[in-house]
Unconditional design. Structure first.
Length: 415
């Protein structure tokens, strides 16, 4: 049962307007004292409607504050489709208790697109490019992937087509679905490499059937991307060691990683690639490497990687508390361990990799304080020796890992 006494309602509206709403959704709108929405939604109300209106502003936080001020009045927010699918409902429920809100969704853009295309919603990749970097699409592209994308506007399909083509997926089929559910609904189809349609409605979604060009090597979502996937100056955790390190860090959706001495950013980038909700902060002092981190993050589909220019430990002050910390450089810096260990959440993991004796000595001092365990990672690759192949060893990596106890704030061995 819906509690009609809740002061805030959020009603999803489709392209068919108010006439397409259920009786309960219409009731919530009709009994509201204050109506909130964008110009498009507010224009659906009768011209003689004299109730107070709040139009979304930028930043949207100002409008949310206006809504909260009216607690005790009956407020109705008009939203597009499903308010909890990349919608305003997600924002509002983070600041207003759900016990005070009634949410009535309409079909989401993704549901409507699947109905038009005959796709299974549980078997597609969904993402929004509204107010988000377009490069976020990069991590979703792989052979056979089906993507459903909420567009920023009329220019988004052409931008997506260009990204697909440059990535080696120019043969991918693109379908642009405009104004779904309304009288002006239209579907436009084409191929990414030859996409030329410019007469696109601002309100659109993009469906992509990803098809890789011949010879294109796909990038996996699991840890250990090929080394040549990165721009770097040699300061790169090699892919075998990277895979082991990410497995040790054990990312979980929603967790935050500090990548200290990030180099070209490979650890934090692959941490974020494991799941869309994984977050990371890359800390690096070298200006050239900072540019590499930004370029690699965009190219590999994690443009939201936070990059901090500075030297640890000073650069670590006032950063959000991490769930995991990786130290890939600068372990001998004075005070680094104390700040990292103090900041790390109870139950969090700290992993450090070194290749020097001095680095090992530092790690052993840390081990004497809080325990943990050591692993020596030695990799050999077969390389030509004249007409034959021989083994060439990479520099051995000493890895130290410790988990901060959630009970006593002391450490125990990582098992």
């Amino acid at each position: 049962m819906i509690d009609l006494h809740k002061w805030l309602s959020i009603v999803g509206v489709g392209e068919d307007g108010l006439q397409g709403l259920s009786a309960i959704a219409r009731f919530l709108i009709d009994q509201a004292e204050v109506i909130v929405g964008g110009d498009r939604h507010l224009a659906m109300l009768p011209s003689h409607d004299q109730r107070q209106k709040i139009v979304w502003t930028s930043p949207i936080s100002a409008s949310v504050a206006e809504i909260i001020k009216r607690r005790g009045q009956s407020v109705c927010v008009l939203a597009s489709g499903d308010p909890m699918c990349y919608g305003i409902g997600v924002t509002l429920t983070k600041q207003i208790p759900l016990s005070q809100i009634t949410i009535i969704p309409a079909p989401s853009t993704f549901s409507l697109a699947c109905a038009r295309l005959g796709w299974s919603l549980t078997e597609v990749e969904t993402l929004s490019l509204c107010g988000r970097p377009v490069s976020a699409i990069q991590s979703y592209i792989y052979p056979g992937a089906r993507l459903l994308i909420l567009s920023e506007g009329k220019d988004t399909p052409a931008i997506v087509a260009e990204i697909l083509t440059k990535r080696g997926y120019g043969g991918s089929k693109m379908t642009v679905l405009e104004r779904m559910g309304g009288t002006q609904e239209r579907i436009v189809e084409g191929i990414a490499a030859t996409w030329s349609e410019i007469d696109i409605a601002a309100l659109n979604a993009i469906a992509v059937d990803c098809l890789a060009d011949a010879g294109v090597v796909s990038l996996p979502r699991i840890a250990g991307l090929p080394d040549n996937a990165y721009h770097h100056d040699g300061q790169l955790t090699k892919h075998e060691v990277r895979a082991i390190t990410l497995a040790t860090l054990a990312p979980t959706p929603g967790q935050l990683l500090w990548d200290v001495g990030a180099g070209c950013g490979s650890i934090s980038i692959e941490w974020m690639r494991t799941h869309p909700r994984c977050r990371a902060i890359a800390i690096e002092q070298n200006s050239s490497r900072l540019r590499y981190i930004a370029d690699n993050a965009a190219a590999l589909g994690v443009p939201n990687l936070q990059i901090i220019a500075g030297k640890a430990p000073n650069a670590l002050k006032d950063l959000p508390q991490p769930d995991a910390i990786f130290i890939g450089g600068g372990v001998t810096a004075d005070g680094l361990f104390d700040i990292c260990w103090s900041a790390l959440k109870p139950g969090g993991r700290l992993v450090a990799n070194v290749v020097t004796i001095e680095g090992e000595q530092t790690l052993f001092k840390w081990y004497e304080q809080v325990g943990g365990n050591f692993t020596r990672i030695a990799i050999q690759r077969a390389e030509p020796i004249g007409k034959f192949l021989g083994w060439r060893g990479m520099a051995p990596v000493t890895q130290w890992v410790v988990v901060k106890s959630s009970a006593t704030h002391q450490s125990f061995l990582f098992q």
